[in-house]
Write a protein that binds this ligand. Structure first.
Ligand SMILES: Cc1cc2nc3c(=O)[nH]c(=O)nc-3n(C[C@H](O)[C@H](O)[C@H](O)COP(=O)(O)OP(=O)(O)OC[C@H]3O[C@@H](n4cnc5c(N)ncnc54)[C@H](O)[C@@H]3O)c2cc1C
Length: 371
Protein backbone atom coordinates (compact mmCIF):
# COMPACT_ATOMS: atom_id res chain seq x y z
CA UNK A 1 0.00 0.00 0.00
CA UNK A 2 1.27 3.53 -0.86
CA UNK A 3 1.59 6.05 1.95
CA UNK A 4 0.33 9.11 0.05
CA UNK A 5 -1.36 9.52 -3.34
CA UNK A 6 -1.82 13.08 -4.61
CA UNK A 7 -4.44 13.45 -7.34
CA UNK A 8 -3.73 16.44 -9.61
CA UNK A 9 -0.42 18.06 -10.49
CA UNK A 10 -1.14 21.80 -10.47
CA UNK A 11 0.66 24.01 -7.93
CA UNK A 12 -1.28 22.56 -4.98
CA UNK A 13 -0.42 18.95 -5.83
CA UNK A 14 3.18 19.62 -6.88
CA UNK A 15 4.07 21.70 -3.81
CA UNK A 16 2.37 19.21 -1.44
CA UNK A 17 4.41 16.39 -3.01
CA UNK A 18 7.68 18.33 -2.78
CA UNK A 19 7.09 19.16 0.90
CA UNK A 20 6.26 15.53 1.74
CA UNK A 21 9.35 14.24 -0.10
CA UNK A 22 11.51 16.77 1.77
CA UNK A 23 10.25 15.15 4.98
CA UNK A 24 11.23 11.73 3.62
CA UNK A 25 7.72 10.45 2.83
CA UNK A 26 7.13 8.47 -0.38
CA UNK A 27 4.57 10.19 -2.66
CA UNK A 28 2.78 9.18 -5.86
CA UNK A 29 1.22 11.96 -7.95
CA UNK A 30 -1.42 11.20 -10.61
CA UNK A 31 -1.86 13.87 -13.30
CA UNK A 32 -4.15 13.50 -16.29
CA UNK A 33 -1.96 15.64 -18.58
CA UNK A 34 1.77 15.69 -19.29
CA UNK A 35 4.14 18.62 -18.65
CA UNK A 36 4.62 21.29 -19.85
CA UNK A 37 1.15 22.55 -20.74
CA UNK A 38 -0.86 25.76 -20.73
CA UNK A 39 -3.69 26.44 -18.27
CA UNK A 40 -6.31 29.16 -18.08
CA UNK A 41 -4.82 31.50 -15.47
CA UNK A 42 -3.90 35.19 -15.21
CA UNK A 43 -0.33 34.14 -14.24
CA UNK A 44 0.12 36.92 -11.66
CA UNK A 45 1.54 35.43 -8.46
CA UNK A 46 1.37 37.33 -5.18
CA UNK A 47 4.76 37.95 -3.55
CA UNK A 48 3.46 36.37 -0.34
CA UNK A 49 4.81 33.03 -1.63
CA UNK A 50 8.40 34.18 -2.35
CA UNK A 51 9.99 33.52 1.08
CA UNK A 52 8.50 30.02 1.28
CA UNK A 53 9.55 29.04 -2.26
CA UNK A 54 13.07 30.42 -1.69
CA UNK A 55 13.47 28.50 1.59
CA UNK A 56 12.42 25.33 -0.21
CA UNK A 57 14.78 26.21 -3.09
CA UNK A 58 11.93 26.06 -5.57
CA UNK A 59 11.70 29.72 -6.60
CA UNK A 60 11.91 29.87 -10.40
CA UNK A 61 14.24 32.89 -10.65
CA UNK A 62 16.17 31.40 -13.58
CA UNK A 63 13.28 32.37 -15.89
CA UNK A 64 13.40 36.00 -14.65
CA UNK A 65 9.71 36.57 -13.90
CA UNK A 66 8.49 40.16 -14.34
CA UNK A 67 7.95 42.22 -11.15
CA UNK A 68 4.54 43.82 -10.74
CA UNK A 69 3.98 46.71 -8.31
CA UNK A 70 0.96 48.65 -9.65
CA UNK A 71 -2.69 47.92 -10.38
CA UNK A 72 -4.88 49.65 -12.96
CA UNK A 73 -8.67 49.27 -12.88
CA UNK A 74 -10.80 50.43 -15.79
CA UNK A 75 -14.59 50.54 -15.86
CA UNK A 76 -16.82 49.14 -18.58
CA UNK A 77 -16.86 52.55 -20.29
CA UNK A 78 -13.10 53.04 -19.95
CA UNK A 79 -12.64 55.23 -16.84
CA UNK A 80 -9.33 54.40 -15.22
CA UNK A 81 -7.56 54.47 -11.83
CA UNK A 82 -4.06 53.40 -10.73
CA UNK A 83 -3.05 52.01 -7.33
CA UNK A 84 0.28 50.90 -5.88
CA UNK A 85 0.29 47.25 -4.75
CA UNK A 86 1.88 47.05 -1.29
CA UNK A 87 2.73 43.36 -1.46
CA UNK A 88 3.06 43.19 -5.26
CA UNK A 89 3.71 40.08 -7.26
CA UNK A 90 5.40 38.58 -10.27
CA UNK A 91 4.26 37.35 -13.66
CA UNK A 92 5.21 33.91 -14.90
CA UNK A 93 3.40 31.52 -17.23
CA UNK A 94 2.00 28.31 -15.77
CA UNK A 95 3.72 26.55 -18.68
CA UNK A 96 7.07 27.54 -17.08
CA UNK A 97 6.05 27.58 -13.42
CA UNK A 98 4.35 24.18 -13.27
CA UNK A 99 7.03 22.56 -15.45
CA UNK A 100 9.75 23.93 -13.16
CA UNK A 101 7.94 22.55 -10.08
CA UNK A 102 7.41 19.21 -11.84
CA UNK A 103 11.15 18.92 -12.57
CA UNK A 104 11.97 19.78 -8.94
CA UNK A 105 9.51 17.12 -7.77
CA UNK A 106 11.07 14.52 -10.11
CA UNK A 107 14.55 15.41 -8.77
CA UNK A 108 13.29 14.88 -5.22
CA UNK A 109 11.93 11.44 -6.04
CA UNK A 110 8.17 12.00 -6.36
CA UNK A 111 6.69 9.10 -8.36
CA UNK A 112 4.60 10.48 -11.26
CA UNK A 113 1.81 8.72 -13.10
CA UNK A 114 1.16 11.06 -16.02
CA UNK A 115 -1.55 11.11 -18.68
CA UNK A 116 -3.68 9.10 -16.29
CA UNK A 117 -6.94 10.12 -14.78
CA UNK A 118 -8.11 9.08 -11.33
CA UNK A 119 -11.66 7.88 -11.97
CA UNK A 120 -12.88 7.08 -8.46
CA UNK A 121 -11.72 7.15 -4.85
CA UNK A 122 -13.16 4.82 -2.24
CA UNK A 123 -12.46 4.75 1.48
CA UNK A 124 -12.90 1.33 3.08
CA UNK A 125 -11.44 -0.25 6.21
CA UNK A 126 -9.28 2.78 6.98
CA UNK A 127 -7.58 2.85 3.58
CA UNK A 128 -8.22 4.27 0.13
CA UNK A 129 -8.64 2.55 -3.19
CA UNK A 130 -7.92 4.90 -6.11
CA UNK A 131 -9.18 3.75 -9.54
CA UNK A 132 -7.04 4.90 -12.43
CA UNK A 133 -8.56 4.84 -15.90
CA UNK A 134 -6.93 2.20 -18.07
CA UNK A 135 -4.76 0.83 -15.22
CA UNK A 136 -5.20 -1.16 -12.05
CA UNK A 137 -6.38 0.46 -8.82
CA UNK A 138 -3.94 1.58 -6.15
CA UNK A 139 -4.20 1.48 -2.37
CA UNK A 140 -3.07 4.36 -0.19
CA UNK A 141 -3.15 5.39 3.46
CA UNK A 142 -3.69 9.10 2.68
CA UNK A 143 -5.20 10.72 -0.44
CA UNK A 144 -4.77 14.41 -1.30
CA UNK A 145 -7.37 15.88 -3.66
CA UNK A 146 -5.53 18.55 -5.66
CA UNK A 147 -7.61 18.16 -8.78
CA UNK A 148 -8.44 21.83 -9.25
CA UNK A 149 -11.61 23.83 -9.70
CA UNK A 150 -13.61 21.07 -11.34
CA UNK A 151 -12.84 17.45 -12.06
CA UNK A 152 -14.83 14.38 -12.96
CA UNK A 153 -13.86 13.18 -9.47
CA UNK A 154 -16.07 15.93 -7.99
CA UNK A 155 -19.01 14.34 -9.79
CA UNK A 156 -17.99 10.83 -8.86
CA UNK A 157 -17.78 11.92 -5.19
CA UNK A 158 -21.14 13.72 -5.44
CA UNK A 159 -19.67 16.98 -4.13
CA UNK A 160 -22.30 19.50 -3.12
CA UNK A 161 -20.94 22.55 -4.95
CA UNK A 162 -21.88 20.92 -8.29
CA UNK A 163 -25.59 21.25 -7.54
CA UNK A 164 -25.48 24.90 -8.59
CA UNK A 165 -24.48 25.45 -12.23
CA UNK A 166 -21.74 28.02 -12.65
CA UNK A 167 -22.30 30.91 -15.05
CA UNK A 168 -18.61 31.65 -15.82
CA UNK A 169 -16.11 30.78 -18.53
CA UNK A 170 -12.37 31.60 -18.54
CA UNK A 171 -10.29 32.46 -21.63
CA UNK A 172 -6.51 32.93 -21.87
CA UNK A 173 -4.00 34.10 -24.48
CA UNK A 174 -0.32 34.97 -24.54
CA UNK A 175 0.27 38.13 -26.52
CA UNK A 176 2.99 40.60 -27.46
CA UNK A 177 1.97 44.14 -26.63
CA UNK A 178 4.64 46.72 -25.87
CA UNK A 179 2.10 49.42 -24.89
CA UNK A 180 1.65 47.82 -21.46
CA UNK A 181 4.12 48.81 -18.69
CA UNK A 182 6.09 45.87 -17.26
CA UNK A 183 5.32 46.72 -13.61
CA UNK A 184 1.55 46.98 -14.08
CA UNK A 185 -1.33 44.53 -13.78
CA UNK A 186 -4.50 45.91 -15.36
CA UNK A 187 -8.05 44.74 -14.72
CA UNK A 188 -10.34 45.93 -17.50
CA UNK A 189 -14.07 45.56 -16.92
CA UNK A 190 -16.54 44.66 -19.61
CA UNK A 191 -20.23 43.78 -19.42
CA UNK A 192 -20.56 40.70 -17.18
CA UNK A 193 -16.83 40.09 -16.94
CA UNK A 194 -13.31 41.40 -16.51
CA UNK A 195 -10.01 40.90 -18.25
CA UNK A 196 -6.51 40.99 -16.74
CA UNK A 197 -3.29 41.80 -18.53
CA UNK A 198 0.25 41.60 -17.15
CA UNK A 199 3.74 40.82 -18.33
CA UNK A 200 5.09 37.31 -17.87
CA UNK A 201 8.54 36.00 -18.89
CA UNK A 202 10.54 37.12 -21.95
CA UNK A 203 8.61 39.64 -24.04
CA UNK A 204 5.23 38.00 -23.48
CA UNK A 205 2.05 39.21 -21.78
CA UNK A 206 -0.83 37.24 -20.34
CA UNK A 207 -4.33 38.28 -21.37
CA UNK A 208 -6.95 36.35 -19.44
CA UNK A 209 -10.61 37.01 -18.79
CA UNK A 210 -13.58 35.73 -16.86
CA UNK A 211 -16.91 36.17 -18.61
CA UNK A 212 -20.50 35.24 -17.93
CA UNK A 213 -21.51 32.36 -20.21
CA UNK A 214 -24.47 34.50 -21.31
CA UNK A 215 -22.02 36.76 -23.21
CA UNK A 216 -20.96 33.78 -25.31
CA UNK A 217 -24.54 32.63 -25.84
CA UNK A 218 -25.32 36.04 -27.33
CA UNK A 219 -22.31 35.82 -29.70
CA UNK A 220 -21.53 33.50 -32.58
CA UNK A 221 -18.15 32.54 -31.08
CA UNK A 222 -15.37 33.77 -28.77
CA UNK A 223 -13.92 36.17 -31.32
CA UNK A 224 -17.36 37.70 -31.95
CA UNK A 225 -17.82 38.12 -28.17
CA UNK A 226 -14.44 39.89 -27.95
CA UNK A 227 -15.34 42.21 -30.87
CA UNK A 228 -18.80 43.13 -29.62
CA UNK A 229 -18.73 42.88 -25.84
CA UNK A 230 -15.16 43.09 -24.51
CA UNK A 231 -14.19 45.79 -27.02
CA UNK A 232 -16.85 48.18 -25.68
CA UNK A 233 -14.15 49.03 -23.13
CA UNK A 234 -11.77 51.26 -25.18
CA UNK A 235 -8.70 49.86 -23.38
CA UNK A 236 -9.63 46.32 -24.43
CA UNK A 237 -10.52 47.44 -27.94
CA UNK A 238 -7.01 48.82 -28.30
CA UNK A 239 -5.40 45.61 -27.03
CA UNK A 240 -7.51 43.35 -29.26
CA UNK A 241 -6.73 45.57 -32.27
CA UNK A 242 -3.01 46.19 -31.71
CA UNK A 243 -1.57 43.17 -29.88
CA UNK A 244 0.01 40.18 -31.56
CA UNK A 245 -1.75 37.02 -30.37
CA UNK A 246 0.67 34.12 -29.92
CA UNK A 247 -1.73 31.16 -29.58
CA UNK A 248 -3.48 29.70 -32.59
CA UNK A 249 -6.61 29.52 -30.48
CA UNK A 250 -7.30 30.54 -26.88
CA UNK A 251 -7.23 28.24 -23.87
CA UNK A 252 -10.84 28.05 -22.63
CA UNK A 253 -12.49 26.54 -19.55
CA UNK A 254 -16.17 26.30 -18.62
CA UNK A 255 -18.17 26.07 -15.44
CA UNK A 256 -15.88 27.99 -13.06
CA UNK A 257 -17.50 27.81 -9.66
CA UNK A 258 -16.84 30.01 -6.61
CA UNK A 259 -19.26 28.07 -4.38
CA UNK A 260 -18.00 26.91 -1.00
CA UNK A 261 -16.51 23.42 -0.87
CA UNK A 262 -15.37 21.06 1.89
CA UNK A 263 -11.66 21.03 2.73
CA UNK A 264 -12.00 17.40 3.83
CA UNK A 265 -14.53 15.35 1.89
CA UNK A 266 -15.07 11.60 2.38
CA UNK A 267 -11.65 11.55 4.14
CA UNK A 268 -9.89 12.98 1.05
CA UNK A 269 -7.79 16.01 2.07
CA UNK A 270 -8.59 18.76 -0.44
CA UNK A 271 -5.94 21.28 -1.42
CA UNK A 272 -5.86 24.36 -3.69
CA UNK A 273 -8.95 25.00 -5.83
CA UNK A 274 -10.38 21.57 -4.93
CA UNK A 275 -10.91 22.97 -1.40
CA UNK A 276 -12.21 26.37 -2.55
CA UNK A 277 -11.56 28.77 -5.38
CA UNK A 278 -11.04 32.50 -4.89
CA UNK A 279 -12.38 34.87 -7.55
CA UNK A 280 -9.60 35.50 -10.12
CA UNK A 281 -9.65 39.31 -9.79
CA UNK A 282 -7.89 38.84 -6.41
CA UNK A 283 -4.83 37.36 -8.15
CA UNK A 284 -4.42 35.07 -5.19
CA UNK A 285 -5.46 31.55 -6.28
CA UNK A 286 -1.91 30.34 -6.88
CA UNK A 287 -0.66 31.77 -3.57
CA UNK A 288 -3.58 30.03 -1.83
CA UNK A 289 -2.80 26.75 -3.62
CA UNK A 290 0.82 26.97 -2.41
CA UNK A 291 -0.17 28.03 1.12
CA UNK A 292 -2.71 25.22 1.42
CA UNK A 293 -0.05 22.76 0.18
CA UNK A 294 2.32 23.99 2.92
CA UNK A 295 -0.37 23.67 5.59
CA UNK A 296 -1.63 20.28 4.45
CA UNK A 297 1.81 18.73 4.04
CA UNK A 298 2.68 19.90 7.59
CA UNK A 299 -0.37 18.08 8.94
CA UNK A 300 0.35 14.92 6.93
CA UNK A 301 3.96 14.90 8.15
CA UNK A 302 2.66 15.19 11.75
CA UNK A 303 0.25 12.32 11.10
CA UNK A 304 2.99 9.95 9.95
CA UNK A 305 5.86 11.08 12.19
CA UNK A 306 3.89 11.67 15.41
CA UNK A 307 1.35 8.87 14.81
CA UNK A 308 -1.67 11.19 14.96
CA UNK A 309 -5.08 9.62 14.36
CA UNK A 310 -6.83 10.16 11.02
CA UNK A 311 -9.55 12.04 12.93
CA UNK A 312 -6.96 14.47 14.31
CA UNK A 313 -5.33 14.91 10.89
CA UNK A 314 -8.67 15.79 9.31
CA UNK A 315 -9.89 18.09 12.09
CA UNK A 316 -6.54 19.94 12.38
CA UNK A 317 -6.36 20.55 8.64
CA UNK A 318 -10.03 21.54 8.34
CA UNK A 319 -9.64 24.04 11.18
CA UNK A 320 -6.40 25.55 9.86
CA UNK A 321 -7.87 25.79 6.35
CA UNK A 322 -10.90 27.71 7.65
CA UNK A 323 -8.75 30.18 9.60
CA UNK A 324 -6.45 30.81 6.64
CA UNK A 325 -8.86 30.98 3.73
CA UNK A 326 -12.57 31.15 4.57
CA UNK A 327 -12.65 34.94 4.97
CA UNK A 328 -10.51 35.55 1.89
CA UNK A 329 -12.85 33.52 -0.30
CA UNK A 330 -15.88 35.37 1.06
CA UNK A 331 -14.21 38.77 0.53
CA UNK A 332 -13.26 37.80 -3.04
CA UNK A 333 -16.89 36.94 -3.83
CA UNK A 334 -18.09 40.29 -2.44
CA UNK A 335 -15.46 42.35 -4.31
CA UNK A 336 -16.30 40.56 -7.56
CA UNK A 337 -19.74 42.21 -7.29
CA UNK A 338 -17.98 45.53 -8.03
CA UNK A 339 -16.86 44.15 -11.39
CA UNK A 340 -18.64 43.49 -14.66
CA UNK A 341 -21.34 46.17 -14.70
CA UNK A 342 -21.06 49.77 -15.83
CA UNK A 343 -22.39 51.23 -12.61
CA UNK A 344 -20.42 48.99 -10.20
CA UNK A 345 -17.16 49.23 -12.15
CA UNK A 346 -17.43 53.06 -12.20
CA UNK A 347 -17.86 52.87 -8.43
CA UNK A 348 -14.76 50.64 -8.14
CA UNK A 349 -12.75 53.18 -10.16
CA UNK A 350 -14.10 56.01 -8.01
CA UNK A 351 -13.10 54.19 -4.80
CA UNK A 352 -9.63 53.54 -6.21
CA UNK A 353 -9.23 57.22 -7.19
CA UNK A 354 -10.72 58.84 -4.09
CA UNK A 355 -9.94 56.57 -1.18
CA UNK A 356 -6.61 54.85 -1.08
CA UNK A 357 -7.52 53.66 2.42
CA UNK A 358 -10.68 51.76 1.30
CA UNK A 359 -8.95 50.40 -1.82
CA UNK A 360 -6.00 49.11 0.24
CA UNK A 361 -8.39 47.65 2.79
CA UNK A 362 -10.31 45.74 0.08
CA UNK A 363 -7.12 44.39 -1.49
CA UNK A 364 -5.83 43.23 1.92
CA UNK A 365 -9.06 41.30 2.59
CA UNK A 366 -8.21 38.88 -0.22
CA UNK A 367 -4.48 38.46 0.47
CA UNK A 368 -2.58 36.66 3.19
CA UNK A 369 0.64 37.58 4.98
CA UNK A 370 3.96 36.61 3.47
CA UNK A 371 4.83 33.11 4.70
C1 LIG B 1 -9.74 33.06 -15.47
C2 LIG B 1 -8.83 32.76 -14.31
C3 LIG B 1 -7.77 33.61 -14.03
C4 LIG B 1 -6.93 33.37 -12.93
N1 LIG B 1 -5.90 34.22 -12.68
C5 LIG B 1 -5.10 34.01 -11.60
C6 LIG B 1 -4.00 34.88 -11.33
O1 LIG B 1 -3.67 35.80 -12.09
N2 LIG B 1 -3.28 34.65 -10.20
C7 LIG B 1 -3.55 33.62 -9.34
O2 LIG B 1 -2.86 33.48 -8.33
N3 LIG B 1 -4.57 32.78 -9.60
C8 LIG B 1 -5.34 32.94 -10.70
N4 LIG B 1 -6.35 32.06 -10.98
C9 LIG B 1 -6.57 30.93 -10.06
C10 LIG B 1 -5.49 29.84 -10.22
O3 LIG B 1 -5.38 29.46 -11.57
C11 LIG B 1 -5.87 28.63 -9.39
O4 LIG B 1 -6.26 29.04 -8.10
C12 LIG B 1 -4.70 27.63 -9.27
O5 LIG B 1 -4.36 27.17 -10.54
C13 LIG B 1 -5.08 26.48 -8.37
O6 LIG B 1 -4.10 25.47 -8.44
P1 LIG B 1 -4.51 23.96 -8.17
O7 LIG B 1 -3.24 23.19 -8.13
O8 LIG B 1 -5.45 23.88 -7.04
O9 LIG B 1 -5.38 23.54 -9.45
P2 LIG B 1 -4.96 23.38 -10.97
O10 LIG B 1 -3.82 24.26 -11.31
O11 LIG B 1 -6.21 23.53 -11.76
O12 LIG B 1 -4.45 21.87 -11.08
C14 LIG B 1 -5.32 20.77 -11.00
C15 LIG B 1 -4.69 19.60 -11.76
O13 LIG B 1 -5.44 18.42 -11.53
C16 LIG B 1 -5.48 17.65 -12.74
N5 LIG B 1 -6.64 16.76 -12.61
C17 LIG B 1 -7.96 17.10 -12.52
N6 LIG B 1 -8.72 16.00 -12.37
C18 LIG B 1 -7.86 14.94 -12.35
C19 LIG B 1 -8.05 13.54 -12.22
N7 LIG B 1 -9.28 13.00 -12.04
N8 LIG B 1 -6.96 12.73 -12.27
C20 LIG B 1 -5.70 13.27 -12.45
N9 LIG B 1 -5.48 14.59 -12.57
C21 LIG B 1 -6.54 15.42 -12.52
C22 LIG B 1 -5.61 18.72 -13.82
O14 LIG B 1 -5.18 18.25 -15.08
C23 LIG B 1 -4.70 19.82 -13.27
O15 LIG B 1 -3.38 19.71 -13.76
C24 LIG B 1 -7.18 32.26 -12.09
C25 LIG B 1 -8.23 31.38 -12.39
C26 LIG B 1 -9.04 31.62 -13.49
C27 LIG B 1 -10.16 30.66 -13.79
Amino acid sequence: MRKVIVIGGGLAGLVTSICLRKAGLPVTLIEKKTYPFHRVCGEYISNEVCGFLERLQIFPDHVRPSLITRLQITSVNGKSAFLPLDMGGFGLSRFEMDYFMYQKAVDMGVEFILQSQAGAVRFEENKFLVDIEGASSMEAEVVVGAFGKRSRLDKQMGRRFLVKRSPYIGVKYHIQYDQHPDDLIALHNFKNGYCGINKIEEDKYNLCYLSARSNLSKSSDISDMEDHILSQNPHLKRIFTEAKFLFERPEVINEISFETKESVDQHVLMCGDAAGMITPLCGNGMAMAIRSAKTLSGEIINYFHNHHSREKLESNYGQRWRVLFERRLWAGRQIQKLFGSEHASNLAVLIARRSRFIADFLIKQTHGEAF
